[in-house]
Design a protein around this ligand. Structure first.
Ligand code: S3P
Length: 427
């Protein structure tokens, strides 16, 4: 539990922890590559540590000094059958991506995770992997983990995914490394493309055309040096804080600004925010920049369509921003929010209402009528890290005290979040 109050002034420079999606992939691809992969900037959050745990259990030697993660890759066919059930913790990325890799192995594995993971839909990966020839079953028969996977010889498919999900796309592409012939995934809108970029960086034959990604089976991947950029999903909380607090200027260094992830910047622009990108550069196949944020008056906007997958994890904090904007903000086409670490439509609407916001839940998003002052409240995060951090930011601009219950769940993606926030607050 943590208590936060209204803040008048924010100043400072910070670097946010490494990108969660890129950190997971660096260990996964490093594990199935030949040779050593050296990773700096790896996110030491619980989710990415779950990925390290799973691959260590399959015989991969992974040294994590905190500063650097070194993976002694075992090659595409070098993983060993684990001696126990693999625990993916709270991590959907671990569960879904590893399922693609395990579909191509020649041993059986059982995967599970925490109470939240055991409720999240896995049929979305089971179906395409089964189409490729994998044997993958939900042990309880409810389409959720625990999953039992028995690798089999796989055939390439062209999968028309009903959802824009990088986890689904990546699971299929990773199975495609082991399949006969080409594997393609077409999505309704482009989801984050870190898998495509990094697999290519490791030597795989990957092609991307609009919303279709394709991969050819690989002989081997080759270990690389990876510098993981700061996570724009973590930077989003400081961007929002910098915009909402009346006298604020924050410089967030070395943030990944991949165009499949930068929807938050586009929304901020639509809302009239004062944000500048500096020092644009590239780091291990990913674009990066420093982000300078200053206090801004905001106006409401409509967030929909292909923009949604590029900011899906930022919608909770965007909903908080919308409460302080003039006019209405409409979020639609975002039904995926209901199946994240919590039902983020319901949990956001519930907690924002508790703070006095005017918000209506819809089937695929929410409508927020901004400009009503918010007041502190007791926030129930449902163990969802992004809910906790979003309300920590709303608290900085609300009257009175906000108490965040289960506040420690931020460790999933941002260990040290409250300390970093405390560091930039100047009372
Ligand atoms: C992720 C993809 C997204 C995102 C999640 C991380 C990834 O999930 O919400 O936090 O690393 O591939 P979906 O693929 O379910 O959209």
């Amino acid at each position: 539990m943590i208590t936060l109050t209204k803040t008048a002034r924010l100043r400072g420079e910070l670097t946010v922890p490494g990108d969660k999606s890129i950190s997971h992939r660096s260990v996964m691809f490093g594990s199935i590559a030949k040779g050593v992969t050296e990773i700096t900037g790896f996110l030491q959050g619980a989710d990415c540590l779950s990925t390290i745990g799973c691959f260590s259990a399959m015989g991969v030697e992974i040294r994590n000094s905190g500063e650097q993660v070194t993976v002694q890759g075992r090659g595409l066919r070098g993983l060993r059958q684990p001696g126990h059930v693999l625990d993916c913790g709270n991590s959907g990325t671990t569960t879904r991506l590893i399922s693609g890799i395990l579909s191509g192995q020649n041993f059986p594995v059982t995967l599970t995770g925490d109470a939240s993971i055991r409720k999240r839909p896995m049929k979305r990966i089971m179906e395409p992997l089964q189409m490729m020839g994998a044997e993958i079953t939900s042990i309880q028969g409810n389409g959720c983990a625990p999953l039992r996977i028995q690798g089999r010889p796989l055939q390439g498919i062209h999968y028309q995914s009903p959802v824009a999900s990088a986890q689904v796309k990546s699971a299929v592409l990773l199975a495609g490394l082991y399949a006969e012939g080409e594997t393609k995934v077409t999505e309704p809108a482009l989801s984050r493309n870190h898998t495509e970029l990094m697999l290519r960086y490791f030597g795989a034959e990957v092609d991307s055309q609009e919303t279709t990604a394709s991969i050819r089976p690989a002989e081997e991947l080759y270990g690389q040096k990876i510098h993981v950029p700061g996570d724009i999903s973590s930077a989003a909380y400081f961007i929002a804080a910098g915009l909402l607090v009346p006298d604020a200027e924050l410089l967030i260094r070395n943030v990944g600004i991949n165009p499949t992830r930068d929807g938050i910047l586009k929304v901020c622009q639509m809302m009239g925010a004062n944000i500048t990108l500096l020092n644009e550069d590239h780091s291990s196949a990913e674009p990066v920049a420093d982000i300078l944020v200053r206090s801004s008056g905001l106006k409401g906007c409509v967030i929909e369509g292909p923009l949604i997958p590029t900011l899906i994890d930022e919608l909770p904090v965007i909903a908080c921003l919308a409460c302080f904007a003039q006019g209405e903000t409409i979020i639609r086409d975002a039904a995926e929010l209901k199946i994240k670490e919590s039902n983020r439509i319901q949990v956001m609407a519930e907690n924002l209402t508790a703070m006095g916001a005017d918000v209506t839940e819809t089937e695929d998003g929410m409508v927020i009528r901004g400009g009503r002052p918010l007041h502190g409240a007791s926030i129930h995060c449902h163990m969802d890290h992004r809910i906790a951090m979003s309300f920590a930011i709303a608290a900085l601009a609300a009257e009175g005290e906000t108490v965040i219950q289960d506040s420690e769940c931020v460790n999933i993606s941002y260990p040290g979040f409250y300390e970093e926030l405390g560091r930039v607050v100047e009372n």
